[in-house]
Design a protein around this ligand. Structure first.
Ligand SMILES: Nc1ncnc2c1ncn2[C@@H]1O[C@H](COP(=O)(O)OP(=O)(O)O)[C@@H](O)[C@H]1O
Ligand SMILES: [Mg+2]
Length: 230
């Protein structure tokens, strides 16, 4: 579903990504785990066609980022790292707007379904700028999911949330992830343990580990991670 072949990204002579390759298939929830500056966001921006790679190829649902970037973007739901939202829009209004942008006809129905799925009903009448961080993150997730994309790309979806909000967002991701492809980034092992079936460890722009989460817990992974990112 997502196929990354020998991707590099060079900024001013420095490799932000250095010949990265991996594949992610349906039903997988993959955690891209790495310290700050490892290249996680850069990779996600390339997959979602926000920036081009310096070299290499990415295909998503069989579409190339070079030949058919519109088709790539159609099959992806993306929650960017800093979750850019319009603070002056009402939650309900924003989600209807997002539905319209995705080309959906019944904007109200789709917005209402997402409000239900992400538990936004008690806050849906408020302006986005009035929401707490956890509820803003739910709006971002609702926006990413509204067109029922096959592929979800979530850049640090749970960073900075309180434990209740964290558990709720984790649950939504686990539930919707059953019949999608999910690639999420984090620098926290416990997030990978809680949500992912596989962990890809990235450091200095290189993939240094690729582990199935069967039988691995956060402690094992932490030891692995420290060894691999020394
Ligand atoms: N627009 C840019 N211009 C120059 N360097 C950048 C740019 N974006 C990212 N980088 C560099 O690329 C590296 C990877 O950054 P990033 O992908 O944001 O890492 P992560 O998301 O894992 O924290 C860092 O060294 C960062 O400084
Ligand atoms: Mg980042």
């Amino acid at each position: 579903m997502i196929e990354i072949k020998d991707i590099s990204k060079v900024y001013d002579g420095q490799y932000a990504l250095d010949h990265v390759s991996f594949k992610v298939g349906e039903g997988e929830i993959v955690g891209l785990l790495g310290p700050n500056g490892a290249g996680k966001s850069t990779l996600m921006k390339i997959i979602t066609c926000f920036i081009p790679p310096t070299e290499g190829e990415v295909t998503v649902c069989g579409h190339s980022i070079y030949d058919d970037s519109l088709a790539v973007r159609r099959c992806i739901g993306y929650l960017p790292e800093h979750n850019p939202l319009y603070p002056d829009m009402y939650v309900r209004e924003y989600l209807r707007f997002a539905a319209g942008l995705s080309g959906l006809k019944e904007e109200k129905r789709h917005a209402d379904e997402m409000i239900e799925l992400t538990g936004l009903a008690p806050e849906a009448h408020k302006k986005i700028g009035q929401l707490s961080k956890g509820y803003r993150q739910r709006v971002g997730l609702a926006q990413a999911l509204i067109h029922d994309p096959k592929v979800l790309i979530l850049d640090e979806p749970t960073t900075g949330l309180d434990p209740n909000q964290l558990e709720f967002i984790r649950n939504v991701i686990r539930t919707v992830g059953k019949n999608k492809v999910v690639l999420l980034s984090t620098h926290i092992m416990q997030e990978v343990e809680a949500m992912c079936s596989r962990a890809i460890i990235i450091n200095h722009g290189r993939i240094v580990g690729d582990e199935s989460m069967d039988g691995i817990n956060a402690k094992n992974l932490t030891e692995q991670f420290h060894k691999l990112t020394e």
